[in-house]
Design a binder for this molecule. Structure first.
Ligand code: S3P
Length: 186
């Protein structure tokens, strides 16, 4: 089985996914953004500023499709036992693309890490927003405004793709990682 983590920027997909994989023998973790940067040889802000969001979404879709293809082909991965256990953290906007949604629906189980606006804003302020082009603020716009506006477009997408939803506001990372591993057995 291939599992994906989705959720808004700043919900902790990468750190929590990595932690969950470290707690489960044989679970391979891949971060989609890191994979894109490795393959493209340039940063996400560089891709956005040179080519724009539409091109980024198509790179994101192609990278996801390749990962899913490789995951489904034990010979391509060199270890048949890993075939059944891969956890991919998606980018916060991956599922806004209809073809990426279809890929996920047809090939993966999806876990949505759902967080409140307050939690997201706090995490994003702590982490910094420079590496996240979608959080470039318009004049007079606050981080909260931006999160609220993007969430209004995305909430339905996250929820409709999710096989499992974990409300993470009051949970620490180890507890969230444990809930992810628990959902594997359900
Ligand atoms: C994006 C989220 C980012 C990254 C890109 C676009 C988005 O990933 O894919 O900057 O549209 O929400 P994270 O959710 O890991 O920050």
């Amino acid at each position: 089985m291939i599992w994906v983590l989705t959720g808004f920027m700043g919900c902790g997909k990468t750190s929590i996914g990595r932690l969950a994989a470290s707690l489960s023998a044989g679970l391979e973790f891949i971060d989609l953004d890191e994979e894109i940067v490795r393959r493209e040889g340039r940063s996400i802000p560089d891709i956005f500023s040179a080519d724009g969001e539409t091109v980024f979404r198509s790179i994101e879709r192609r990278t996801l499709a390749d990962l899913l293809h490789t995951a489904g082909e034990p010979s391509l991965r060199g270890n048949a036992q890993l075939q059944s256990s891969m956890l991919i953290s998606l980018g916060g906007g991956t599922l806004t693309d209809a073809k990426s949604r279809k890929l996920v629906r047809e090939n993966c189980k999806c876990i949505y890490l759902r967080a409140s606006l307050e939690t997201l804003a706090e995490n994003l302020r702590e982490a910094g927003t420079e590496g996240r082009p979608m959080l470039k603020l318009a004049p007079g716009e606050s981080l909260e405004d931006r999160i609220r506006n993007l969430m209004a477009e995305r909430r339905e997408v996250y929820e409709s793709c999710a096989d499992f939803i974990i409300d993470i506001d009051r949970l620490d990372y180890p507890a969230i990682a444990q809930q992810i591993l628990n959902s594997f057995g359900q």
